[in-house]
Design a protein around this ligand. Structure first.
Ligand code: SAH
Length: 219
């Protein structure tokens, strides 16, 4: 296949993935579906498994980590209820795929990835795609990123035993934190925390499975 044929094939697979998100997974936020129909997920996975990029499952990336399943990316993004003006903090940038989605739906994204080589690769990919509203650093994200806070929304893409207190503190009043939490390193519950005047409220969105959140307020 020549380069144009490959691009067309990837686009067709991407649109099929979005249809599945809409019909099977009941993702209803059109802005989320639209951006996922445009961001080239195949450029965020290792070249050897590019042909699997649009399957609805997590895939291995370097450092023993994973690029999250498209459904969970869509679900977590939808739960943040972004309208375009937000300042977002993302913990566990990994490949940078979720970062690219958030960057299209919010004003700015501050992203943290624990593993330096993944952070470097993600930064390079985002630059190649012309995404300029992301600031990404390699660090432990469980303490947040106080310099740029407070945030309208925080997304954590790795699972810890508890909700890291610094992240709740770095939310604006009304701000939302979406995070997998569980006392087992392999399975968690997806939680949405909303910061209120007097503290915070929590909603439960069912079981999920993420790689461990490793750090001061994680494992
Ligand atoms: N959204 C990413 C998910 C990557 S997997 C994607 O779709 O590609 C989760 C990532 O969280 C891993 O890359 C892991 O290295 C990172 N991580 C784990 N603990 C972390 C921490 N304390 N701070 C920042 N990143 C962390």
């Amino acid at each position: 296949m020549n380069a144009t044929a490959i691009t067309d094939e990837m686009t067709m697979q991407r649109l099929a993935m979005v249809e599945q998100l809409r019909t099977t997974h009941k993702i209803a936020d059109e802005r989320v579906l639209d951006v996922m129909s445009r961001v080239p997920r195949h450029l965020f996975v290792p070249v050897a498994i590019k042909s699997q990029a649009y399957k609805d499952n997590a895939l291995p990336i370097s450092g023993g980590q994973t690029i999250s399943q498209p459904f969970i990316v869509a679900r977590m993004t939808e739960l943040l209820e972004l309208t375009g003006n937000e300042k977002v903090l993302e913990i566990g940038a990994g490949s940078g795929y979720q970062t690219a989605i958030l960057a299209s739906l919010a004003r700015s994204v501050f992203a943290i990835e624990r593993l330096a080589n993944l952070a470097d690769e993600a930064t390079r990919r985002l630059q190649t795609l012309g995404i300029t509203n992301v600031t990404l650093k390699a660090a432990d994200g469980t303490t947040g990123w106080e310099t740029y806070g407070p945030y309208d929304a925080i997304l954590v893409a790795a699972g810890g035993p508890d909700i890291p207190e610094p992240l709740v503190k770095q939310l604006k009043i009304g701000g939302k934190l979406v995070i997998p939490v569980g006392d087992d390193q392999r399975s968690q519950t997806l939680i949405r925390v909303t910061r209120t005047e007097s503290g915070s409220t929590q909603e439960n969105f069912g079981p999920c499975a993420f790689v461990p959140l490793i750090g001061e307020h994680g494992w």
